[in-house]
Design a protein around this ligand. Structure first.
Ligand SMILES: Cc1cc2nc3c(=O)[nH]c(=O)nc-3n(C[C@H](O)[C@H](O)[C@H](O)COP(=O)(O)O)c2cc1C
Length: 283
């Protein structure tokens, strides 16, 4: 049956009033004025700087505990929980405006653990993280408004949060590095749609779709693959070009081997010269 498009009015909070927009569920922990950790539920939280600067964007009403705490203390941890119904019910409770941090902590079913940052002397300065989370980003607010600013509406605060650390539960960290096709079951939030309910969806089992085999390997394929590897290495543009002849099925393995060897040798930048050298002296 042929179905026509109908026009929908673009209302405030259009992502949940005028659209079906799948969002994550993030418990944001921040430090309150008296040093306790506040937990707030957020969904408008997305990757914003992806190459060079690694940063998330968090959108909050300006007077939330979370927004006030970030402006004062600069730190936030983004805790991603799985789609257990008790977790999501509690996230909705923790998403009720107007409660103090103390009131919320009494309501919370989550367990707080000290920050995983290295700088332990300053532990008290950082928000705690949520033990039940599968993965956590520890972030610092980028308050330099020459880097990012948005002044359109005083009721909304937009925080560019630089990612300092990512921590993940062991089994998921392994799954990530091995790329073994296992994924944590993270919920999808369709928002507060009818002044009554938050609507969540549980995600199904992810499946893989191969990239077209008639597309030959090019520099972008290599960059794409390198950016998905968990190594802190810089690649010079000319280095990528050196690898375009590698058959696609071996690419990941070769990139892994190069990266691991470079890290072992304390190398920080992958240059074409380095790749020539590795190619000469294959171990
Ligand atoms: C699942 C969920 C997602 C939410 N996402 C947002 C959001 O992205 N931005 C926002 O301002 N409020 C959001 N809210 C509402 C906040 O949780 C609410 O304002 C709460 O009071 C914030 O807590 P805080 O004051 O401790 O920061 C969400 C609520 C729920 C339950």
């Amino acid at each position: 049956m042929k179905e026509n498009f109908e026009k929908v009015s673009v209302l405030d909070n259009f992502y949940q009033t005028s659209f079906y927009f799948p969002m994550p569920v993030v418990l944001v922990t921040t430090l309150s004025e008296n040093g306790t950790t506040n937990i707030g539920s957020y969904s408008l939280c997305f990757p914003f700087g992806i190459a060079g600067r690694h940063a998330m964007m968090l959108i909050s009403r300006s007077d939330s505990n979370t927004a006030v705490n970030i402006r004062r203390s600069k730190f936030a941890a983004l805790n991603f929980i799985t789609s257990r119904k008790d977790y999501l019910a509690n996230a909705v409770r923790l998403g009720y405006p107007g409660q103090t941090t103390e009131e919320k902590l009494k309501d919370s079913i989550f367990t707080l653990l000290p920050s995983m940052r290295d700088n332990k002397e300053n532990e008290a300065k950082y928000p705690e993280i949520i033990k039940e989370a599968v993965e956590v980003m520890e972030c610092t607010w980028e308050d330099d408004n020459s880097v990012f600013s948005y002044k359109e509406s005083p009721d909304e605060s937009h925080f560019l949060l630089n990612i300092d650390n990512i921590f993940m539960k062991e089994s998921w960290q392994k799954a990530l590095v091995q790329g073994n096709g296992r994924f944590p079951s993270l919920p999808i939030d369709y928002g507060y749609r009818d002044s009554k309910y938050f609507w969540f969806a549980l995600h199904g089992r992810p499946y893989k779709e191969p990239i077209p085999s008639d597309k030959s390997i090019d520099v972008n394929t290599i960059i794409y693959q390198v950016q998905r590897m968990p190594y802190d290495l810089k690649w010079e543009d000319k280095a990528y070009e050196k690898l375009v002849k590698i058959p696609r099925i071996f690419l990941k393995r070769v990139l892994e081997a190069i990266s691991k060897r470079a890290l072992e040798e304390g190398v920080k930048i992958i240059t074409p010269e380095l790749l020539d050298e590795y190619n000469k002296k294959k171990r």
